[in-house]
Design a binder for this molecule. Structure first.
Ligand code: ADP
Ligand code: TRP
Length: 330
C-alpha cells in the first residue's frame, strides 16, 4: 500500500464535513495500511494564518486530536503528530518557495478568495504561501494518497507541480507525485444553508457539541416553505442530502417515500436526522468527550507520534539537502 497523509487545521472542532469527507475515509485506509505508512497530522502552522490567539490554537489542537481518536485512529500503526513539532517541514517549504514562481501562487483559491474579502494590507505572507507549506507537508514524506475535501484539489495540484519541477531541476525523481483521494458522495458535504459546510461559515453541524446545540443546528437547516401536507423534493432538500450521507439504504428509501407522499413535515425530517446522528455517532461522541478531558494523554500521544515522524523527516531532509549541496543537519 502507498503512503497516505492528511492534515486538518486547528481552527475549531471538526464538523460533519471534516468527519465524512476526511476523518472516516482516512482512518479506513490508515488502520489497514502497512505499519508506519500513514501520516495524520494537525496543521497548527497553517492555522496560525487565521488565528491570532495562540491559546485558541492549543485548545483546537486537542479538539482535532480527540476527534481522530474518537473515530478509532490506531496511532500505533501510523504517525499522528502536530505539524509544528516537525520543523523540517518549514525548511523544505523554504526551498520550494525559492523555486516556485510567485505569479502562480497569486492564482491559488486560498489567496484569491481572501483578496476579494480583505484589504491587501491585511493579507499575510503566510496566507500567500499556504500551498507551499502544504506541498512540503506532503512531499517531505513522499506521500502518494492524500484524502481531502474538494476545496483542496488545487493545493494538491500545486504540490504535484512543485514535485515535478523540483525533480527536473535536480535531475532525479526525488519526489513522488501525490494524488488527492476523494469520495464523490462526501467530497463537499453541505452545511445547514446548502453551501459547503465550513468552519469559516456559520453553517456547521458539530456532532461534538451538546445534544441541545446539535439539535439547534439541525433544526436550523434551511428548507423551502412547503406545508406539511405537500409532497417534497428528495433531490434538492438539504435535510435529505445530509440524511443520504449517513443513513442505511433502506432508511433512505423509507424517508424518500415519506417525502414523495406528502403529510411529512420538514420538522419531522429534521428530528429523524437528529436522532440518526445521535445514534450513529453515540460511541464516537462518548469517546470524544472523554478524550477531550485528558489533555496530558493527548499531548503524550502526539509527542510519541512526532518523535517517530521526526526521525523520518530528518533523514529525508538530509537527502534533499545533499542534492542542494548543503551540509547535513547538525
Ligand atoms: P474548514 O474548511 O471547515 O475550515 P478545514 O480547512 O480544516 O475545514 O478542512 C480539513 C479537511 O476537511 C480538508 O481536507 C477539507 O477539504 C475537508 N473539508 C472541509 N469541509 C468539508 C466539507 N464540507 N465536505 C468535505 N470535506 C471537507
Ligand atoms: N490545507 C488543508 C486544509 O485547509 C490542511 C492541510 C495542511 C493539509 N497540509 C496538508 C491537507 C497536507 C492534506 C495534506 O484543510
Amino acid at each position: 500500500m502507498e503512503k497516505i497523509l492528511t492534515g486538518i487545521r486547528s481552527t475549531g472542532t471538526p464538523h460533519l464535513g471534516n468527519i465524512l469527507g476526511v476523518i472516516i475515509p482516512s482512518i479506513n485506509i490508515a488502520n489497514k495500511n502497512k505499519k508506519d505508512s500513514s501520516f495524520i497530522f494537525i496543521a497548527d502552522l497553517h492555522s496560525m494564518i487565521q488565528i491570532n490567539n495562540i491559546k485558541t490554537i492549543k485548545n483546537n489542537i486537542y479538539q482535532i486530536a480527540a476527534a481522530w481518536l474518537a473515530f478509532g485512529l490506531n496511532t500505533e500503526n501510523c504517525f499522528f503528530y502536530r505539524q509544528s513539532d516537525i520543523s523540517e517541514v518549514t525548511e523544505l517549504a523554504w526551498y520550494f518557495s525559492c523555486f516556485y514562481p510567485y505569479q502562480r501562487l497569486t492564482l491559488a483559491h486560498s489567496f484569491k478568495n481572501e483578496i476579494q474579502k480583505k484589504n491587501k494590507e491585511k493579507i499575510s505572507l503566510g496566507l500567500f504561501s499556504y500551498p507551499i507549506l502544504m506541498a512540503a507537508d506532503i512531499l517531505l514524506y513522499n506521500a502518494k494518497i492524500i484524502p481531502v475535501g474538494k476545496d483542496q484539489l488545487q493545493h494538491i495540484e500545486i504540490a504535484r507541480r512543485i514535485a515535478n519541477s523540483f525533480n527536473k531541476k535536480i535531475g532525479t525523481k526525488l519526489f513522488s507525485l501525490p494524488n488527492a483521494f476523494l469520495q464523490k458522495k462526501t467530497m463537499s458535504v453541505p452545511g445547514i444553508d446548502g453551501e459547503k459546510m465550513s468552519k469559516s461559515k456559520n453553517n456547521l453541524i458539530n456532532i461534538f457539541s451538546s445534544d441541545e446545540i446539535l439539535k439547534k443546528q439541525i433544526m436550523s437547516i434551511r428548507t423551502d416553505n412547503k406545508s406539511l401536507k405537500e409532497k417534497k423534493n428528495t433531490e434538492t432538500d438539504y435535510i435529505m442530502s445530509l440524511y443520504k450521507l449517513i443513513a442505511t439504504s433502506d432508511k433512505i428509501v423509507k424517508m424518500k417515500e415519506k417525502y414523495k407522499k406528502g403529510g411529512y413535515g420538514y420538522n419531522d425530517a429534521k428530528i429523524a436526522l437528529y436522532e440518526l446522528i445521535i445514534s450513529k455517532f453515540a460511541i464516537e461522541r462518548k469517546k470524544f468527550f472523554s478524550f477531550i478531558k485528558k489533555e496530558s494523554l493527548l499531548d503524550h500521544i502526539l509527542f510519541l507520534g512526532a518523535k517517530k515522524a521526526k526521525k523520518i523527516a530528518s533523514e529525508r531532509l538530509n537527502k534533499i539537502r545533499k542534492y542542494l549541496k548543503l551540509n547535513p543537519l547538525i
